[in-house]
Every structure is written in C-alpha cells, then in structure tokens.
Design a protein around this ligand. Structure first.
Ligand SMILES: [Zn+2]
Length: 253
C-alpha cells in the first residue's frame, strides 16, 4: 500500500451506495485517478464540501501502485471557485472544462501540465468576464497535451509553406495543406491566416491574460468550428456539456 499526497481538481463525483461516492480527480502528480470516498454522503463527514466537482483540494489517498481504484483518506479544500458556481455562463464553461479533461485524458497519463492547464483555466474563469478566448484556449491546449496538436506551420504532407489566401485543413491528417497537396487530400475546412495566427497565440499566451486577446467577430466562428471539430475527431463523440456553452455563447449571456 502506498499513501499519496497531492493537490487535485475534482472532475466528477457519483454516488456508489447510500453512503459512498466514487470521485474522479485530476491530480498534480499522479495524473487522473479514481477514489472511493467511504461515508462521503453523510453530511457531517469531513470530506463533505471538498468533493464537489471543480474544487481545488489537498488530497490524500492510498492504494496499491498501478491499480485503477484508490481509497480516499483525506481532503481539504483550497479553492472552491465560488464565482464560477454563482454565474451560469461560467458554471457551464467550468463543467465543460471538467468534462473535456475527463473524456480526453486517460488514467495513468501523468502529465503535470494537464493539472496546471485545468487549474489555471478555472482560476482565469473565476476572474474573467469575456470567456470566448478562454474556452478556445482550453480546447486547443488540452488537444496539444494529449498529443493531438494540429500542424499549423507547414503542409502536414509535404512540409512546404502554405500559400497565400485561405488555408486548407485536413482533419484526418490533423494539419494544414499546401496548394499542391490540397488537390490530393480532402479539404475539410479552410481558414484565414488571421485565424491560424490566433490559434497559435492561444497556444502561447499566459492563461490569466488571454481575455486581452481580441479578435474579429468573423474569426470567432472559424476558430470555434476548428477547435470543436478537432475535439470531436479526437473523442469520436459530442460532450453533453458542449451544447450548453454553445447556446450561452450564441445568446451572449
Ligand atoms: Zn503539401
């Protein structure tokens, strides 16, 4: 048996029995893990409150190495992100971040950068009011960290520089095409150089300042379509929380 101590974000919490819960965490040092929390449904239990999805906590758990299910020992809340919980638009965006992380990241994938991305994005969501850049930033960076970064520098087939004008993109190859290769490979979508540069900025900018990235409304759809389609082709399915944030964005709530 080993005892693990780490910071973690609560991704998901489901009831297992009358008193127990099964909690999924994105931990700082051990990747995504699942723990059984015995007695967590009893209101006076010490775990209560620190196991709500989105909370950042100090987590102590134990179990055998390489097993898939652990036992929760102790959890202390560090940050509950209350501002996110109080605002529907932020709440749905936060839930989308959690869903996307849970769907895209496998257990045992120990990459501290994924925890940092999730934690810093929730902290930014707690502070920021313009959420569009942050949503797109989160999608594209999570794709990158799960090994699915699109090739935007040069043609994904022959490595030559893209031509002028609209840039063709192929989802199966996950990259842009030059004019020659676009005659052979399918063009799934096209976007402007401005959109390409914006996506590159999203990969580069400090998360807490991404709200300052302003881009023309005409590019919003191109970027959204691009990142969302990449997520879809990676996951093979739509996330339940996605239509909610899409509606919110369209209503401009
Ligand atoms: Zn080419």
């Amino acid at each position: 048996m080993a005892l693990y101590k780490t910071r973690a974000v609560v991704l998901k919490s489901i009831n297992l029995s009358e008193s127990d819960r099964l909690i999924t965490f994105m931990t700082e040092t051990q990747g995504k893990i699942k723990c059984v929390a015995k007695g967590a449904r009893k209101i006076k239990n010490q775990f209560w409150g620190a196991l709500e999805p989105m909370s950042l906590i100090h987590l102590i758990y134990f179990g055998k190495e390489h097993q898939s299910l652990f036992r929760l020992n102790h959890s202390d809340i560090i940050e509950s992100f209350q501002t996110i919980r109080d605002d529907f638009n932020k709440l749905y965006t936060g839930v989308y971040f959690l869903d996307l992380t849970d769907a895209m990241i496998l257990e045992g994938h120990q990459e501290k950068k994924i925890f940092n991305l999730l934690y810093q994005s929730l902290a930014a969501l707690n502070q920021q009011t313009e959420l569009e850049s942050l949503r797109r930033l989160f999608e594209i960076r999570l794709l990158k960290l799960s090994g699915y970064e699109p090739q935007l520098e040069h043609c994904v087939i022959c490595r030559s520089a893209p031509g002028n004008g609209m840039i063709p993109f192929n989802y199966a190859h996950n990259g842009i095409l030059c004019s020659t290769c676009s005659n052979r490979a399918r063009i799934d979508t096209q976007f402007s150089t401005g959109t390409r540069n914006y996506i590159k900025k999203l990969l580069d900018v400090e998360i807490k300042t991404c709200e300052r990235l302003k881009f023309p409304k005409s590019q919003t759809d191109e970027i959204e379509k691009m990142t969302h389609r990449l997520v879809l082709s990676h996951l093979g399915r739509e996330l339940k929380s996605y239509p909610f944030i899409k509606n919110m964005a369209e209503l401009n709530i």
